[in-house]
Design a protein around this ligand. Sequence first.
Ligand SMILES: O=C[C@H](O)[C@H](O)[C@H](O)COP(=O)(O)O
Length: 226
Amino acid sequence: MNQDALKQIAAREAVKFVKDDMVVGLGTGSTVKYMIQALGKRLREKNLHIVGIPTSNRTARRARRAGIPIKNIDDIDHIDLTIDGADQVDKNYQGIKGGGIAHLWEKIVAINSTKNIWIVDETKLTNHLGSFPLPLEVIPYGSSQLFVRLKKMGYHPTFRMSHGRHILTHSRNYIIDLNLGQIDHPHHLSKQLDEMTGIVEHGLFLDIVNTVIVGHPDGPEIINAR
Ligand SMILES: O=C[C@H](O)[C@H](O)[C@H](O)COP(=O)(O)O
């Protein structure tokens, strides 16, 4: 079974957690794309009324197309549940996100949500984080100096580029990916990156997810992480 089919298995299971009147954070990415389609269908079939809080312009467009009413995060007073994808999830249910450059908005929505669900295909599960590059959203001003510092620290940084130009995030910042191989101490690294001037947000999502839904060929697995 291909990865897309596994993503759909996880995505379809996740929307069952959405109930009437909820405010629902909508993550970003290819797995979330399937979730949004399934959620639109569920709202129509069950006549549910919810409000979606998108974590990217891409997601906002997809939600509108699927018939999901959306609001801006600053126009609501709480988020009941957020459903998002992840790039890697380790055995302690810590994750890397931001492969699709959305991790800043995603983290803002996640930390303001009562409950967070991640939907992943089984290939995203790993013993240790780090084989997937860790994205940093950085302020353009001084980013080359920051890059040199990260290089000296042995973090093997690369700017995320497209056609010779910096990729810009929703907040018009740059992305630096750290090619770390294996992250032995995610909390230590998270704290270190939090303290570095010029880094707006990194893609380590620690102690955030409550439920991980994994797409396997024989069906979804629901894991209570915390
Ligand atoms: O920036 C993107 C997000 O963090 C995504 O949730 C993550 O990259 C997973 O995306 P996908 O479902 O496309 O693998």
